[in-house]
Design a binder for this molecule. Structure first.
Ligand code: NAD
Length: 517
């Protein structure tokens, strides 16, 4: 079991002041000894991870229900429940959690494990590359080597998926791994710290616990790769800590994902899909549509359709729905409640601090300069911003940082293709949301650059990009994870003979040698 951070260590004792040193030394020694390199070892770790998921599925689902769908712990703990050490939940929240956590946490992680197990040897194989005339008799290839000691830092919003899916890639690639789950998803963090290590080789793997202070301390150590998922603000902290050691990083960050809805669409179909992927996990999803861009006419057609979808999904009183979760923390609840004051509430708008409940909400008449358009919403609030044309929508998107995901709805394929062609984002999905994440053949990640096509729009306020945050850098899922956690070593094995021919490159140079090139 990885260490939990001790805060009561005696001052002045350099070794005991660093709670991570022993663990990291142990992992480094295992890596240097080559323990993680054989395919059999990697496969055994992946199988262990799979067993952990299968054998503790209920435990994980209960932990997820506690972290994301429950605001108060009022009932006594059942003595025999898997999480009996933790507070229990009313059944309705567990039911809700079971469906969403199955599709977005457990089965995604399991299918990544299965894919890695099926392809491990093929992925590990040296990759032959084309050769030039001078290397025809040689062997040229790319060898995928593990980096060494990898740190995975995860957020709270999908605390199993966003911890285990990177872990699958890191283990498959033959690394030793330190996992740092989020301190906000406390129940899941506890399961990951207490149960998961039993299924993995502890000389090569550890879970460490803590918040900003402890993670900052952890980041002072040298890792060979850092994989961070979280906010752009903390992404910057992680990247500057990594820069001190020149450690490569993947940053899976957030931002504001636009969703363009064309006039040529079926409003009810669009509304069903939008409501599903905006309010899934109570809107606490990095790839959720953050705002809708459409004409005033389309907005008028979408509003009743959205109201109808919300009522069908969550009932007349969404607060009592078993299918709607709660906001993760008081801080986020207060932040979101502040955003309800932007524009005008067209649907929802109710909130209850005692439960951290926020109703599925739609805001209209929103100005680009209002707070709800300045920060990632990360909650069940969907603002509409009106545009008069597709050109204006594309221009709006391109005035902001490149988003993690971009969505476009239209019955006209050409419209969807134009949005795709004239914008940039980490990922793109036409006429739906989230479904592109179900394909492990597609990479997942952000794009950490400002748009470069910035036609100035007369009268439009330019918004400082620092408000939005970049969507990240690097990619993973499926084979992309394996590649992310592997150093791609360029190798050429030269033929030892043929010296006479090869000697043409040696000095003294001459016009004749030059003519032979
Ligand atoms: P966060 O950045 O606050 O925390 C992420 C991790 O960083 C946690 O493990 C936390 O303990 C650690 N951390 C927090 N402050 C730190 C500090 N000062 N120094 C070092 N480490 C620190 O993010 P969050 O609130 O857990 O998650 C929400 C954010 O994550 C949103 O912005 C969301 O878009 C983003 N996100 C991105 C993806 C993606 O795949 N791109 C997925 C999920 C969430």
């Amino acid at each position: 079991l990885g260490p939990s951070v001790q805060s009561d260590q005696p001052a002045g004792d350099a070794i005991r002041m660093d709670p991570f040193a022993d663990t990291l030394r142990r992992l480094r020694e295992a890596f240097s000894a080559g323990r993680t390199r054989p395919a059999e070892f990697r496969a055994a770790q992946l199988r262990g991870l799979g067993r952990f998921l299968q054998e503790h599925k209920q435990l994980l689902q209960e932990a997820l229900a506690q972290d994301l769908h429950k605001q108060e712990h009022s009932q006594p703990a059942p003595a025999s429940g898997p999480l009996h050490m933790l507070c229990p939940l009313p059944g309705r929240f567990c039911l809700q959690s079971a469906f969403e956590s199955e599709v977005s946490e457990i089965s995604i992680s399991q299918s990544e494990i299965n894919l890695a197990l099926r392809n491990l040897r093929a992925w590990m194989k040296d990759e032959k590359v084309p050769k030039n005339l001078a290397t025809q008799l040689d062997s040229a290839f790319i060898r995928k080597e593990p980096f060494g000691l990898v740190l995975v830092i995860a957020p709270w919003n999908y605390p199993v998926n966003l911890t285990l899916v990177p872990l699958v890639g890191a283990l498959a690639a033959g690394n030793c791994v330190v996992l740092k789950p989020s301190e906000f998803s406390r129940s899941t963090e506890k399961v990951l710290a207490e149960v998961l290590p039993r299924y993995l080789d502890q000389s090569c793997f550890a879970v460490v616990l803590g918040g900003p202070q402890e993670t900052g301390q952890l980041l002072e150590h040298k890792f060979d790769y850092i994989f961070f998922t979280g906010s752009p603000r903390v992404g910057r902290i992680v990247m500057s800590a990594a820069a001190k050691h020149l450690t490569p990083v993947t940053l899976e960050l957030g931002g504001k994902n636009p969703c363009y809805v064309d006039d040529n669409c079926d409003p009810q179909t669009v509304a069903n899909r939008l409501a599903w992927f905006r309010y899934f996990n109570t809107g606490q999803t990095c790839v959720a549509p953050d705002y809708v861009l459409c004409s005033p006419d389309t907005q008028e057609r979408l509003l009743p359709a959205l109201q109808s979808a919300i009522t069908r999904f969550y009932g007349e009183d969404p607060r009592s729905s078993p299918n709607l979760g709660r906001i993760i923390s008081d801080k986020h609840f207060q932040r979101l409640r502040g955003l309800l004051g932007c524009g005008r509430v067209a649907i929802g708008g109710q909130s209850d601090e005692s439960e951290r409940y926020i109703a599925p909400t739609v805001l209209v008449d929103v100005e680009e300069t209002e707070p709800v358009m300045q920060e990632e919403i990360f909650g069940p609030i969907l603002p509409f911003v009106n545009v008069r044309s597709l050109d204006e929508a594309i221009d709006f998107i391109n005035r902001r940082e490149k988003p993690l995901a971009l969505y476009a709805f239209s019955n006209n394929k050409q419209v969807v293709k134009r949005v795709l062609a004239q914008t940039s984002s980490g990922s793109f999905c036409g006429n739906d949301g989230f479904m592109h994440l179900t394909l492990d053949s597609l990479p997942f990640g952000g794009v950490a650059r400002l748009q470069i096509c910035l036609p100035a729009h007369a009268g439009q306020p330019r918004v400082s990009p620092s408000f939005h945050g970049a969507s990240g850098m690097g990619r993973y899922h499926g084979k992309f994870s394996f590649d992310t956690f592997s150093h791609h070593r360029a190798c050429l094995l030269r033929c030892p003979g043929m010296e006479k021919i090869y000697s043409i490159r040696y000095p003294p140079y001459s016009p004749r040698k030059l003519s032979l090139l």
